[in-house]
Design a protein around this ligand. Structure first.
Ligand SMILES: *[C@@H]1O[C@H](CO)[C@@H](O)[C@H](O)[C@H]1NC(C)=O
Ligand SMILES: *[C@@H]1O[C@H](CO)[C@@H](O)[C@H](O)[C@H]1NC(C)=O
Ligand SMILES: *[C@@H]1O[C@H](CO)[C@@H](O)[C@H](O)[C@H]1NC(C)=O
Length: 382
């Protein structure tokens, strides 16, 4: 009797052990799965971000001799407009990051949200919209053809700022440096600098009135957009954003704004310019490098709920009334521009009834229980 019991217990323990093993391996499997979804990495980097907080190592490890830092900025201008901002009170210098072949996108921007004449006439402010690009990268004959097209396009519109580095994803940081150097050398008196992707939509009237208000308050150290806090470097080699340990060895990046669209004040332009004269710019993710420069100069980004980052805004007048930027617009840009700036938007969204209606609409559009990459839920209450 005793013996049987003992054996049964041992059998039980064995089953228990096996079950535990099984559960553990399933958990491990899921853990792997989770890590593939970068949950674990994010928890790690987030804790790191709030434990370390100051990121003082940035200053030490990225400073290089000035002559070496210059190698990231001493490219020749193939196209330039030194007098673009001269003798004008420029509220905003807006740099669109583009590539030689994206002719249609530039055309769409010029005739919608980036139309300087329209902005001047209807909003009574000067906004300069210019395009930052590198040299075409293709077969030699094709390259020559593309560059000729660019010369023609620029003769027509006078808004291309081009340097002779290869225009490629891994040279985006050079494009960032181009923008800050050009802004510093040619347009330092502009109140604000914005940098934007060529597939975003900017609600120019909303942005202009917001920036006019910021300028009136004399705000400095201003850097606004969709903030990434405690973002982890991506270590999977198959990712577009892969960064090796030799390039950045810590678990988390300093805070930065999504490169799709952000705005800085002119004092920040000067600080970032100074940082680019001293820092190692070989990290090729441009918005991360911006975060590194800003951290070295003690500038922190602020979040604005209506800057969408990589997200796309829902189509609705209640959203148009407050939106600043929205990402991923190419074909729909003409329609969106017409609808978002229609006078009826203001009529439908103003007054007590309009505001209540819009709160309800935004709650249903933005506060979904599952993840939906757009403005955050709290935007519904503004
Ligand atoms: C820009 O706006 C002006 C004035 O509203 C208009 O006359 C002009 O055609 C527009 N430019 C383009 C490229 O659409
Ligand atoms: C970046 O541009 C430089 C200068 O044109 C070029 O030598 C280099 O190959 C480019 N890098 C990439 C990754 O395209
Ligand atoms: C800049 O950083 C890269 C690694 O990201 C490194 O290989 C290179 O030597 C550094 N440059 C200088 C001048 O220290």
């Amino acid at each position: 009797m005793m013996f049987v019991n003992f054996r049964r217990i041992r059998k039980c323990q064995c089953v228990q052990l096996m079950t535990t093993c099984l559960v553990l391996s399933v958990v491990m499997l899921f853990w792997e799965q989770l890590d593939n979804n970068r949950v674990v990495t994010h928890v790690k980097s987030y804790s790191y971000r709030y434990l370390v907080n100051s990121f003082t190592f940035i200053n030490k490890s990225f400073i290089i001799p000035r002559e070496e830092a210059r190698s990231f900025s001493n490219f020749h201008y193939l196209l330039d407009h030194p007098d673009k901002c001269a003798n004008q009170d420029v509220l905003l210098l807006l740099f669109v990051k583009t590539s030689p072949e994206n002719t249609e996108r530039r055309k769409a921007i010029r005739s919608t949200w980036g139309n300087e004449t329209y902005i001047q006439n209807t909003l009574s402010v000067t906004v300069k919209v210019v395009f930052a690009l590198g040299a075409p990268h293709a077969k030699p004959a094709e390259e020559e053809h593309l560059q000729k097209e660019l010369f023609l396009e620029d003769r027509l519109h006078g808004d291309l700022i081009q340097q002779d580095f290869t225009d490629s994803f891994h040279n985006l940081t050079l494009k960032l440096i181009l923008q800050f150097h050009w802004a510093h050398n040619r347009c330092a008196h502009a109140h604000f600098l914005m940098t934007a992707d060529d597939d975003i939509f900017v609600h120019m009237p909303n942005l202009v009135s917001y920036l006019q208000d910021v300028a009136r308050r004399g705000v400095t150290d201003f850097w606004i957009g969709r903030v990434h806090r405690g973002a982890p470097p991506i270590r999977r080699k198959d990712s577009k954003y892969f960064v090796p340990y030799e390039m950045y060895s810590w678990s988390s990046y300093p805070d930065y704004t999504a490169g799709a669209g952000y705005v800085v004040s002119r004092d920040v332009v000067d600080k970032i310019y100074q940082a680019t004269l001293a820092l190692n710019a070989s990290i090729y993710i441009d918005d991360v490098f911006m975060g590194i420069c800003a951290n070295a100069m003690r500038v922190s980004p602020q979040d604005h709920v209506f800057f969408s980052g990589e997200g796309k805004a829902p189509y609705h007048p209640c959203i148009y009334d407050q939106m600043m930027t929205s990402h991923g617009h190419i074909e729909d840009i003409y329609d969106l521009w017409r609808e978002a700036t229609h006078p009826q938007v203001k009529q439908r969204t103003s007054g007590l009834i309009g505001r209540l209606y819009c709160t309800a609409v935004k709650l249903t559009l933005l506060c979904k229980p599952y993840y939906f990459n757009t403005y955050p839920c709290k935007a519904a209450f503004l």
